[in-house]
Design a protein. Structure first.
Lengths: 420, 891
């Protein structure tokens, strides 16, 4: 049986982001002739690498450098691309998608890759001019534009995205204060020691912090422009701001799926082959919820795309079983890496390296001789290696004594045998 | 800009190698003296590293009285007064000198003269008692005089060299290399090693007899009987009795059973010996240090006398002595059992006449072990110790410690400020050290060599002979000690050997009695006896005696009847047999790169690197039986004391036996003075202690953690509550401490900071902890320089190699990449890790050699030498290189 004997099926992809495109790439590798493909993208640009928005904001990279698929790629692969055109409805009975321009395209298979939307704190003033989220290239343009006038920026959210936004604005000459609800930065990714090192290092670079601070309201002038922020504290203290960047989290973009009657919880619920409750409809990326988990990082997308593409190619033996995620902060000169669970849970053992003068801190948490969590600060060269060991569930007892020092210090096999 | 080369003599073992010491712009380097007949230009690892040991670290540079710096006048007066008072009140036998084979002949001479001729007691004994007095006694019984009949050349000429109780490869490396070189050129030459241990020497032998400890007499009696069976029938006095006694051993099978060696092996040895006319039997401490030491010596000499193999090229029994001037000490009478100039107490009247001294000792004095017993019991109330460290080297050394603690007056002449012995002195007299001393020494082949000073005496240090003469003068004996140079003393010594000597004493230096100062200064190495041409001619002995290389070839011995004697010896076991409580036989001895109590060799980083820690060698079955593990720590105990040492499990050790080196002491280890464990049983004839056999037990040292510290400055770990084991290993620009403890400290970081002395919180400190695995690593950096690093793990094998970390102590700031890997304990690129040092001379590490063998396909010691220089200098690491090649080939 060969693909050429079968008529081509129609595949429609909603979302021209990283998850959808990676799935398409994998699918083209596996079964280049099986589908006629149509892609809808709500943003005007062809695809770009969203995780590289921070370097663009910081001026370390130009937008062109982060574009991944130019229009030619779509043409070369026989893919029909509609950009700046959002799909507003799915007619599952007729197997048709309907766009905001009224275009109707039929499908045999449908892939939802609608991503996520930034969460906006519903505080008074959140709709003021100058309140910006940090999600797409449009947000970056808005921030760059605002920064050109100088002034003060407040970033709400001391997580990965917030810190990257703050750093970018700082680099562009703004006076930046980070407002964080929790006592330590990136609390989901870093242990307190690493977080303190990070905050110290960012402070050294000129960033200011309001830790443990809850935002009561965003303040504005008569023209509807942001002027500052009021905190929910004992003396209702305020801080001036020319822009406020909200980076307090993301929400899976499930609106369309819900409208189409697909089962959603936090995200669009999929099974281990990335199928939604409608077996013709798949979903990948930040919009999905798999085994009660939603992901906001890139690595799980790759895993999901692989499984989904295989399945679409009728080679569907693989299953997605969830991802262990790793985080890396993209702030020049500050290396932070974290993965897994690094709380000192029952039955875990902790390895700690600390070289304060050099600004290096590493913490590896083991459970049953396997890495279950890792936090690296200052020297993240081995993040990938630890992550691989963690994902593979590798027994590290044989080289536990050198684990903290990284792959470069692993004894060569021959020496190890000799030493044994 | 000046270069001065001085020809002098090595101060280590009794081989007596000539050394060229070069001082160039203040920097010292050494090389072998190619013109010296004993070493012909070679040096061993210790000799090669002599330049490392001439630094002034730790030197005693001024007199000390009761712990306070004093003038020479005050210190000398104090010694003279205290000795004088005690002699006046309790008689001359209430005082004693304990001297050393490290002294020069001239030092020895005046010390002996003072005690035996002026104080009037024979209570002067030397540490040579501990290593070769059995040979002295054996020689006297057989030959009538303490004479080594052969020379090193005989070892090369011989077709069979038998090494008995001698790890020659490590303890007399240059002699060993001469033997090996000769044998390499002639495949018919054979080397037999008789030693309970499979030592580096045994590795290179054609035949190794790993006999049970203390069965040498059994073996050589067996050999004597075998020789008698096979047609050797001497008519010397004692021959019949000796052979009759030897025959009681039974046949070869019975001998083999008694010695615990295979019958074929014993048979092969006996046949080889019987067949080989040119046989030299070399014996050393393994024979001498026994409660039957003198009998062992005679059992060996008996075989040579029966076969008439003495005094002929390539044929003689050959005692090789341990110290640089043990022989010189024997010549002047430094042993309490002889009087002077190879004369006994029967010659008291003659010696007194020669000395014109107010007194003379008529009876032998106390021998080393008895001497310290007498000090402990209070019979001897004042002792003057010169150039030796009896608290480490004596058996039951804790008794020696108690004895000195109880002694009314202890004077010590030494060049070090702190040794276990020095620390117990009332008066400390700063002596000149090797590089600063001038005089003569005699080696194992009767060659007298000049030791010449090439560095000025530092501080207020003085030659030992000067110190003795000054004390003698202050005791009122000025006339007998009016010496203004070592040469003057030597002339008197030479004259004494010739005094009324009509041939009854072989030791005769008459040809040197009138040596001018200038001739003394330029004296070439020469072998005694040294007759004047006139005297020889008059005696009509010119042709036979012109060649002093070999003695007794004419069959004439310095006995009353002119004949040598065989001594009937009855085999007997060690004085204290093993028991249920003490089931193992503890043996002690040397390692290759350390000397005695390490006061000198520990100054050399490369020497310390060869074997950094005190250890115990255990047979694998014993290790299993007593639960000790290779590389871990063990407690070795005897009825007297215990030691904490590193375990080496090796099939080279006999089952039922243990070996612990003699060198380590309280300056270098928490508890490793093996002398404290050794039983004070002595040979009834020689008084030499039985170091080679003390009943002992071994058990694991149950350390909760093991670790090491490298520090740029010395640390004080003595008395640190949580450190139960420590060993100090001096390195190049650092000190290494191997440490262990019975309990794990609660807070590693705080504890480690305390040991290293890093108080401030802001100090540059990096650490890595794996608390649940019991691991902790830390380092302290100061201004970019590594000050200290510490590694702790539950098992010694889990600690990194020390060599790479040690290489970071360069005096230069460490670079970023080194800092990153510092606590990994290894460079990121494994090819930079040279591994533990094998070749001390060139500083070549084990990994370097292994890589050369593995990657470059080197398959011989010579090839490794060509590629890496390893083993090409002193050659004493060749057996280890050979073992690495063999291990690689076997993989």
């Amino acid at each position: 049986m060969s693909d050429t004997t079968q008529p081509k099926l129609d595949l429609v992809v909603i979302g021209n982001g990283m998850a959808g495109l990676r799935t398409l790439e994998d699918l083209l590798d596996a079964a280049p002739e099986r589908y006629n493909v149509t892609v809808f993208g709500a943003e005007p640009h062809p695809s770009y690498n969203r995780i590289m928005l921070s370097p663009v904001l910081a001026g370390d990279k130009a937008f062109e450098e982060i574009e991944t698929h130019g229009r030619a790629w779509y043409v070369d692969n026989g893919i029909t691309l509609y950009t700046d055109e959002a799909v507003v409805d799915i007619d599952r009975r007729r197997r048709m998608v309907i766009s905001d321009t009224g275009r109707e395209i039929g499908y045999d298979r449908l892939l939802l890759a609608t991503g996520s939307t930034p969460f906006i704190l519903p505080v008074p003033g959140h709709t003021l001019d100058g309140v910006i989220s940090f999600r797409d290239i449009g947000d970056v343009h808005r921030m760059v534009e605002a920064s050109e006038k100088g002034g003060k920026a407040v970033v709400i959210g001391g997580g990965l995205l917030g810190l990257e936004a703050a750093y970018g604005l700082h680099k562009r000459g703004m006076e930046v204060t980070i407002v964080h609800l929790m006592g330590t930065l990136m609390e989901r990714q870093l242990d307190p020691t690493a977080a303190d090192l990070l905050q110290y290092s960012l402070t050294q670079r000129g960033l200011s912090f309001r830790m443990g601070a809850k935002t009561a309201a965003i303040l504005g002038d008569e023209a509807g422009r942001v002027t500052g922020l009021r905190f929910d504290d004992a003396d209702d203290s305020e801080i001036d701001a020319d822009i406020v960047v909200m980076a307090v989290g993301i929400r899976p973009n499930v609106e369309l799926a819900k409208t189409a009657g697909l089962y959603c919880e936090k995200g669009i619920v999929v099974n281990d082959t990335m199928q939604t409750y409608d077996p013709r409809i798949y979903a990948v990326g930040e919009c999905v919820e798999h085994r009660h988990s939603v992901y906001g990082l890139v690595a799980p997308l790759w895993d999901q795309a692989k499984v989904c593409a295989n399945h679409l190619a009728y080679r569907g033996h693989t299953q997605y079983e969830g991802s262990v995620t790793a985080t890396q902060l993209k702030v020049t000169g500050i290396d932070v890496y974290s993965a897994g669970d690094f709380s000192d849970a029952e039955g875990t053992e902790t390895l700690i390296f600390s070289d304060v003068r050099r600004g290096v801190y590493k913490r590896i948490v083991l459970g049953d001789d396997r890495i279950v969590g890792v936090v690296l600060y200052g020297d993240t060269r081995d993040g990938g290696w630890y992550f691989r060991l963690m994902r593979e569930g590798a027994d590290v007892s044989g080289f536990r004594d050198l684990l903290l020092f990284g792959q470069a210090y692993m004894p060569p096999a021959t020496d190890a045998a000799e030493a044994a | 800009m000046s270069t001065l080369t001085t020809r002098t003599t090595c101060p280590y073992c009794g081989v007596g190698c000539g050394v060229n010491a070069v001082v160039e712009n203040g920097a010292v380097s050494v090389a072998g003296d190619a013109a010296h007949p004993s070493n012909l230009g070679s040096l061993c690892s210790k000799g090669t590293a002599l330049a490392d040991t001439v630094g002034l670290d730790g030197r005693l540079l001024h007199p000390v009285v009761d712990g306070r710096r004093a003038s020479w006048d005050d210190a000398l007066d104090e010694v003279a007064t205290r000795f004088g008072e005690i002699i006046a009140e309790h008689g001359p036998d209430a005082v004693a000198f304990y001297v050393s084979g490290q002294l020069l002949t001239e030092d020895y001479y005046v010390a002996n003269k003072l005690m035996k001729g002026y104080i009037g007691s024979a209570n002067i004994d030397t540490n040579s008692r501990l290593c070769m007095s059995s040979a002295v006694a054996g020689h006297k019984r057989a030959f009538g005089e303490d004479v080594v009949p052969g020379c090193y050349e005989d070892l090369e000429v011989a077709d069979l060299v038998v090494l008995v109780g001698s790890n020659t490869a490590w303890c007399h490396p240059v002699v060993y290399q001469r033997i090996v070189a000769a044998q390499e050129n002639d495949p018919n030459k054979k080397l037999v090693v008789i030693d309970p241990r499979r030592t580096a020497t045994a590795e290179g032998a054609d035949l190794h007899l790993p006999l049970a400890p203390g069965t040498d007499v059994h073996l050589f009696n067996g050999l004597l009987a075998f020789l008698a069976e096979h047609g050797f029938d001497g008519d010397l006095p004692g021959a019949q009795d000796a052979v009759a006694e030897a025959r009681r051993m039974g046949g070869v099978a019975a001998v083999a059973a008694a010695c615990g060696v295979g019958v074929e092996t014993v048979q092969a040895f006996f046949e080889l010996f019987a067949q080989t006319e040119r046989t030299v039997t070399v014996f050393s401490q393994g024979v001498n240090q026994s409660s039957a030491g003198t009998d062992k010596v005679n059992a060996i000499i008996n075989c040579h006398l029966l076969t008439d193999r003495i005094g002929k090229p390539g044929a003689c029994p050959f005692s090789i002595t341990g110290q640089p001037n043990a022989m010189g000490g024997r010549e002047v009478g430094g042993l309490s059992s002889t009087l002077a100039g190879h004369m006994g107490f029967d010659a008291a009247e003659r010696v007194q006449r020669f000395w014109r001294s107010p007194a003379i000792a008529h009876e032998p004095g106390l021998k080393a072990v008895e001497l310290f017993e007498a000090i402990e019991s209070g019979r001897v109330k004042a002792v003057w110790i010169m150039a030796t460290n009896p608290l480490v080297s004596l058996p039951d050394a804790d008794r020696a410690k108690r004895a000195l603690d109880a002694c009314e007056f202890v004077a010590v002449s030494d060049c070090m400020r702190h040794t276990d012995t020095v620390d117990r002195a009332h008066v400390l007299l700063p002596a000149a050290a090797w590089a600063e001393k001038s005089g003569t020494v005699t080696n194992s082949e009767r060659i007298i060599s000049r030791q010449r000073d090439f560095l000025p005496m530092p501080g207020e240090a003085k030659p030992d002979w000067w110190i003795v003469c000054e004390v003698a003068r202050r005791m009122g004996f000025g006339a007998g000690f009016d010496f203004h140079s070592a040469a003057a003393i030597f002339r008197e010594h030479a004259a004494l050997t010739a005094y009324e000597n009509d041939g009854e004493r072989v030791l005769n230096l008459e040809g040197l009695a009138d040596l001018s100062d200038a001739d003394y200064d330029t004296l070439e190495p020469l072998r005694w006896p040294v007759y004047t041409i006139e005297a020889l001619r008059a005696a009509g002995a010119m042709p036979a005696r012109q060649d002093s290389r070999r003695l007794f070839g004419d069959g004439i011995y310095p006995t009353e009847d002119g004949k040598a004697r065989l001594v009937a010896v009855t085999p007997r076991g060690p004085a204290n047999p093993v028991s249920e409580q003490w089931p193992l036989a503890l043996n002690t001895g040397r390692v290759r790169d350390h000397w005695h109590t390490m006061t000198r060799t520990a100054k050399s980083a490369r020497l310390s690197a060869h074997i950094p820690e005190p250890f115990v060698e255990v047979h694998p079955d014993d290790a299993k039986r007593y639960g000790v593990i290779d590389g871990a720590l063990a407690t070795v105990s005897t009825a007297l004391a215990e030691a904490h040492v590193r375990v080496i499990v090796t099939a080279g050790q006999r089952e039922g036996a243990l070996f612990v080196p003699m060198h380590w002491n309280d300056q270098f280890a928490a508890k490793a003075r093996v002398g404290a464990l050794a039983n004070p049983a002595v040979c009834p004839i020689s008084g030499e202690p039985e170091f080679k056999h003390t009943p002992a037990a071994i058990a694991p040292f149950e350390a909760a953690w093991h670790g090491f510290i490298l520090a740029s400055r010395p640390l004080r770990l003595n008395g640190e509550a949580s450190i139960d084991y420590w060993v100090k290993v001096p390195g190049e620009r650092f000190y290494r401490y191997e440490i262990a403890g019975l309990q794990t400290p609660d807070h590693w970081a705080a504890t480690a900071r305390g040991w290293i002395g890093v108080g401030e919180r802001t100090a540059d400190w990096l650490d890595a902890s794996d608390t649940s695995a019991g691991r902790y690593r830390a380092a302290h950096i100061d201004a970019g320089h590594i000050e200290a690093c510490l590694f702790v793990a539950p098992e010694p094998a889990a600690l990194p190699e020390r060599s790479w970390l040690a290489s970071l102590f360069t005096g230069e700031p460490i670079v970023e990449s080194e800092r990153a890997g510092l606590l990994a304990g290894r460079p990121a690129d494994a090819s930079k890790d040279v591994g533990p040092q094998i070749c001390s001379c060139f500083g070549v590490g084990r990994n370097t050699i292994l890589r050369a063998i593995g990657e470059d396909g080197l398959d011989s010691v010579a090839a490794v030498g060509e590629a890496l220089d390893a083993g090409t200098n002193c050659g004493s690491c060749k057996p280890e290189i050979a073992a690495l090649i063999e291990a690689h080939a076997g993989k």
